[in-house]
Structure formats: structure tokens, C-alpha cells
Design a protein. Structure first.
Lengths: 154, 154
DNA sequence: GAATAATAGTTGCATTAGCAACTATTTGCA
DNA sequence: TGCAAATAGTTGCTAATGCAACTATTATTC
């Protein structure tokens, strides 16, 4: 593709930048709440969310699912284990693997966070009509899948 | 708003999460290129982008514009100054303020990055029709503005 | 079935980011 | 004027993040 680029880049119209600050704003608000009300980082919460949905996952599986470095998952897990929100036990058949689950306490916290998160999402989506929500969601999906295939000029 | 939340939260359908991983993917690709080809972090590039668009900005103005902590801007600026990509001089009227500009070298680098960024954006947008691009852009704007007004349940 | 490769998870190290305290300067106002 | 408050920028401290090296276990292969 021959470039037809302008001489000046308007950052505030540049898609990657726009999505980045949108994400920061949206995550920032929710991160604050997780932190204040539940003393959890977003990463910690995401781990719990995966375990709520898929009990028995391994750290590796969680890492892939939420796209976070396994070292980060390992460290976050340490905190969750310390707070007894999560348990882990070595898999009987493959002793490298450790199966993770929410404890009863973990489940209690989980069931408190879910409605908070859900309501937040609903609030956010107030600015869209029902139809727009679907359009927006599908566009995000499409862009996400497409982005993977995009390579920059060498 | 009375919560009508489900018992389980499906992370991969949760808007804040979706936007976050989309942003990570899109920024990740471009960050790699800035780093490999120009030895610049995304933050450093954004500072340069602002100075390309608004020469003479102060660190404070840059910080507000790109929504990055002023301490971060200060440290990134130090690197850019060291590499002689940016100059700064104390404002004659207000000696607290320092006016920033791209040097000739800075402008050269800038004018190399602009088309790379532009082409990347164009590639990304390939998955949308012209009309969809406008819709998507306006939805991002709307959501961004709306998000600021959203408060979570106390 | 022993040597090699692959996999799960942890840790060390360097970088980045965010918050608050600090200096220097200017502004506002009694 | 002259003193308190505001503003611009820097720095110190701590936590978050990313990468690579490391340990332990299992799978592969000759």
C-alpha cells in the first residue's frame, strides 16, 4: 500500500490512541471500585472471574484466557491464595499442573462483584440504543479479530 | 437502578474487558514498531505527536492533552531531550513554564513515524466500510464522553 | 528406558507507571 | 507591599508489568 499519509498526525483522531484513552477511562473507574470496595486489582478480579466461570482452570489457562503474562498471574495468585479467596491443588495425573478454584469466601466476594460490574456495564451502555449496542459489540469483535492479521510496514 | 445482574459474569462479553484487550492488541502492535524502528515508547511518541501538532506546548499542556501523569511526561521528556529530539526553553514571561519544540532531528523522526502510524490505522480500518468507520468513531466518542459521567454504585 | 524436548509454574531483574512531597515561580488579595 | 494560595516541573518511593532464566515434571524419541 502506497502511503497517502498527511504531514501532521492528529492524535485525538487517531484510532489506536482513541481506543487507548477510552479503555483507560473505562478501566480506571472500575479499577477504583474494585480496589476500594474489595481490595482487588483488575488482574486479580479477572482471575477470579475466570475461576467463577471455569472452576478448576490452571494458571496457564487463566493466563491465556485473560491474556496476561503468566508471571503476573503467578504473583496475583499468590495474593489471592494468601487471602484465601482461591485454593489450588496439584493435579493428580499431571503434577506440574495446579487446579484452581474459588473458596467459599472467594465465591462470596465474586457474587458481590458480579452485580457491581454488571450494573457498571449497563450504565455505560445507556448512551447506546439496543440496536447500537449490538452494532458496537460486533464492530469491536471484528476489529479485534482483524487487528491480529495486521502487520505494519517493515 | 435495581440490579438485574446474572450470577456469573462472562468476562469475554464484558464491555470494559473487551475494550481493554482490544486496546492492548492494537497498541501492542504499534508499540513494537515504534520501539524497533525508532527506539521510542508509546508515551514518548505521543509527546512528540503533540509537539508536532502544537509546537511550543508546555509539559503541563502535553500531560493534559495525552492524559499521562506529569511525572511520566517529565521523565520521558528527559530522554527526548537527551536524544536531541526536543528542545525546551524557559518562557520569558512565566519562568515556571518551559516551552517545548521538536528539533530538526525530531521533525525528521516525526515525519517518518506519521506515515507508518497513518498506514497502520488505515490497515486496521480495512475491516469497516466507510460508513461503518464513521459510525464506529462517533460511538467511541459518545461512549468516551458518557463514561466520564458514570458513577458506580457506592 | 535413558536422553532430549516440551510444559507448568516461580523468581529475578529491569522498565514503566502512579502518587505524593518538594522546589521555584507567579498570582491573588488583604 | 507582603503573605497565602496556585501553578509548573522534578524527584523519591512503591507497585505493576514484561521478559528471560530457572526448577520440576511429563512427553517424546531413538
Amino acid at each position: 500500500m502506497k502511503s497517502n499519509a498527511p504531514l501532521i498526525l492528529k492524535l485525538e483522531r487517531f484510532l489506536p490512541y482513541r481506543i487507548s484513552i477510552l479503555s483507560n477511562r473505562i478501566s480506571g473507574i472500575i479499577a477504583e471500585t474494585y480496589k476500594d470496595k474489595f481490595a482487588l486489582s483488575v488482574t486479580e478480579w479477572r482471575i477470579m472471574a475466570v475461576l467463577g466461570e471455569y472452576p478448576g482452570s490452571s494458571a496457564e489457562e487463566v493466563s491465556i484466557k485473560i491474556q496476561i503474562e503468566k508471571s503476573m498471574v503467578s504473583r496475583s495468585l499468590r495474593k489471592l491464595l494468601k487471602r484465601h479467596l482461591v485454593t489450588r491443588e496439584t493435579d493428580a495425573r499431571d503434577r506440574r499442573r495446579q487446579n484452581l478454584e474459588l473458596t467459599q469466601t472467594g465465591l462470596d466476594v465474586y457474587s458481590q462483584i458480579v452485580p457491581v460490574s454488571y450494573d457498571y456495564e449497563q450504565h455505560l451502555l445507556q448512551c447506546f440504543s439496543k440496536q447500537e449496542r449490538e452494532v458496537f459489540n460486533s464492530m469491536i469483535d471484528r476489529l479485534y479479530r482483524h487487528a491480529e492479521t495486521v502487520k505494519l510496514a517493515p
